[in-house]
Write a protein that binds this ligand. Structure first.
Ligand code: GUN
Length: 292
């Protein structure tokens, strides 16, 4: 009887939800307090090319967040058929503009534009997305400056919930420059042992079943299911898949995975708000460095 109960407890537990929404609200309150105390007015420019509906929503969330905390913000809209030179001209202007401390070009960009060339045209000290190769290099060398917002938000959230990555087996599913790769580097910096899995990985479960912490960022619904997760694991879901009828779900099969977890993020209300809070945080950091 005792054994059965123990087994039950090991395989099924009440997971604690990591509510990024709450953590983000506390970070925003700190940022507001800091700019009020210092009199700084951080400025963020968000550049959107084309009319992708999801990108429009993300950009409006970023602008609203600036308003909430008292940052200055500018939105620059370019048409779907904008040329690369038009975009580079906009960035050249923003690079020099004193009231702008952070510049963000919403991804993805239309096919006629070379995204890498665009990211390289942003001044590294205003690169609040952390996508410039110079900032990537700082992260790789173990001395991060401006770091990508989603992965750094995940680290902040783990800190908030008291989870120490040191010595843990960590798995990242997804190898994008926006999330997967920088996530792996940030967890390595916190002394986790990190595996990066991707679409060509033969057997995801081989790694995930041994993992203490799993970050899923591939944009594929239900890529992680309950039998792939060990009891007590920590699961972070970066996915945002829009179903018909506008409901948004993550990459994790929450119903089967959550009962096995000690900590898990919901979608929505998990990672998403942290990305925006870290964007604001990076903008304040950039503002301070530029004013130093
Ligand atoms: N598209 C999806 N995520 C992001 C992000 O964090 N920053 C930018 N600029 N574009 C994105």
């Amino acid at each position: 009887m005792t054994e059965t109960l123990t087994q039950l407890n090991e395989t099924s537990q009440t997971p604690k939800l990591m509510l990024g929404k709450e953590v983000a609200a506390s970070i925003e309150a700190e940022l507001s307090a800091e700019i009020q105390a210092t009199g700084l007015r951080p400025g963020l420019a968000v550049v959107l090319v084309g009319d992708d509906p999801a990108s429009q929503i993300y950009v409006s969330h970023k602008q609203k967040a600036c308003e909430r905390v008292g940052f200055y913000s500018e939105k620059i809209l370019l048409p779907q058929d904008a040329t690369q030179q038009q975009l580079l001209d906009v960035l050249a202007g923003l690079n020099e503009k004193p009231e702008i401390h952070g510049i963000l070009v919403q991804m993805p960009l239309p096919a006629q534009i070379d995204s890498e060339a665009v990211l390289e045209a942003i001044r590294p000290d205003k690169d609040v997305d952390g996508f410039h190769p110079v900032n990537g290099g700082h992260l790789l060398s173990g001395h991060p400056r401006l770091t990508p917002c989603t992965p750094s938000g995940i680290i902040k959230m783990l800190d908030y919930y008291g989870y120490d990555l040191k010595g843990k087996n960590a798995v990242v599913i997804g190898r994008s420059n926006i999330v997967g790769k920088p996530m792996a580097l940030l967890m390595l910096q916190r002394h986790a042992s990190v595996s990066i899995l991707h679409s060509r990985t033969a057997d995801l479960g081989l790694y995930t079943r041994e993992a203490d912490v799993i970050v899923v960022a591939v944009g594929v619904r239900n890529v992680l299911t309950g039998e792939m997760v060990k009891p007590g694991a920590v699961v972070i879901d970066v996915g945002m898949n829009r179903l018909e009828g506008k409901k948004v779900v993550g990459d994790v099969d929450f119903e089967s995975v959550a009962p096995k977890c000690s900590l898990i993020t919901p979608v929505p209300g998990g990672v998403g708000p942290m990305t925006i809070a870290m964007l604001l945080n990076n903008t304040l950091q950039a503002c301070k460095a530029l004013n130093a």
